[in-house]
Ligand binder design. Sequence first.
Ligand code: SAH
Length: 586
Amino acid sequence: MKPPAIVILGAGALATARRIQRAFEGAQVHALQGRVDADVAYTELGAHLRDLYARGTPIVALCAAGIVIRCIATMLADKGAEPPVLAVAEDGSAVVPLLGGLAGVNVMAREIAATLAVAPAITTSGELRFGTCVLNPPEGYALADIGQGKRFVSDLLAGESTRIEGDAPWLDDAALPRSASARLAIRVTPRAWDGHEDELVIHPRSVVVAVAGSHTCADGDELSTRVLKALDAHGLAALSLAALLAPTGRMTDPALAGAAARLNVPLRFAAQTVDHEANAPDLLHAALRVPYETLQNHADDALELALALAPLAIDPATIGQARGRLTVIGLGPGHRDLLAPAARRALDEATDLLGYTTYVEMAGPLRADQRVHGTDNREEMQRARHAFELASTGRSVVMVSSGDPGVFAMAAAVLEALEHAANPAWDAVDLSIVPGISAAMATAALAGAPLGHDFCMLSLSDNLKPWSIIETRLRHAAEADLAMAFYNPISRARPWQLDKALDIVRQFRSPATTVVLGRDVGRPGGTLRSLTLGELNSSDVDMRTMVIIGSSTTRRFARSGASGDAHDAHAADGAAWVYTPRSYPA
Ligand code: SAH
């Protein structure tokens, strides 16, 4: 299950929220911006709860049940996944499961109540009577039909007893009225339900379909239809499918990814064990670590499907390997509000994280199961190769940069490593780059709009390029009257370069030119200053500073009053707005 969002409105609920958080791996506390600082900030409760609900995120709201109900009421008419929703009293004295009976809300309610040492307010009759939700089988099992299930439970509540056919270890401790001669039966089977009214059918996800052969399907629709037909031909339920399996050589085949998505199962890969074209039974043999029976499917064309039927549910994570992922993300300047949701998602889904320790720490909180690979001593290319090595074993790797990953950061190094390696296993990695808000953008926004007209970004570091190139570019940019954003302006190892750079700029730009200095923008203790080129001294700048040199048209005027933004860095000099007009004087 996804970790829950623990949502609070005020500081009074924070202690209880933190106690609940400890019971759920990966859970985060969401707090109303400006009131409390927790893990995630939101600005409007209703919109935030609806958003979480729509994403299927379990919600533990520390407020009145009525507030929660009113907030998500408009979402309830829509069918679809209903995540667990609970209201918990701020002081931890009451735990009320509201929605998501089939998604395990009562199990969560019991867990939270145990943590808080109170009794959960469980109202589900079946749950109260039998001590478990019969309609909510554990991971690896799927209920065949919810309508059938509801009828079945109401029959049980009306006093009937049931048999259990097949393996249902999770019901061992349930207080179910059992009888070997009962009319009703709970049947745990991979076979498709035959419509028998007196049965509650639960499918163990115990079937794996291996896809091989030289025929490639046009798309995921065609392939998923073929897989469903093959299951049907053997009398197996679609919900019994645990995973699709394919040869590693076909990791990038979109039809496979499309079919797995349509069938809503993981896609796994196995290496070919023999030299010739992988055949489907070979794949099963290579990938499965449990006993199973092979069912061959015969088709007219060269698409070969073989089905493995195991006696119990199979954990897809144990089958062969996944297609690895490498996502290069930028954290933005630091404040979590300026982190792209796509980057947040990649972080949540990551099994492995790489990057400078400082940045990886900024990306937290992480779960205990997420591996962090400290790479402080490694140079960029080595780090990029390390990322591909991990990803090509099937892991979901996130490479963390600050700001934007494509601006003086890891994205280019990752692509360079990929191009030069010419390694098919690396080529098969699902690589993507998620943009971030770069330091120049973040600094500019705080100051106003100094980059409102043409500008350039320059790194003043001569670690990766000769100083002469930097001088040439500075001269041209200064002469072209571009506003300039300087990254890596100075460091202990590069003490004189900034003064040299400023000397060049001063040849073309007047001492009155507006300059903006953003230091640790979006981070604790961040500061912003605006001054003139004449006033600027290299001692005002360090390696955590963004230097923006205005063009000849960049202007500055006094602002009235500061904003109350949490990531606002106007501490030192919030007195001015700086902007470069859109139009250029003729
Ligand atoms: N990829 C990053 C830049 C990495 S280069 C980005 O897009 O922002 C590192 C330089 O960026 C630093 O030397 C500093 O000049 C600038 N920088 C990064 N984060 C900053 C911040 N929060 N505030 C001010 N400058 C920052």
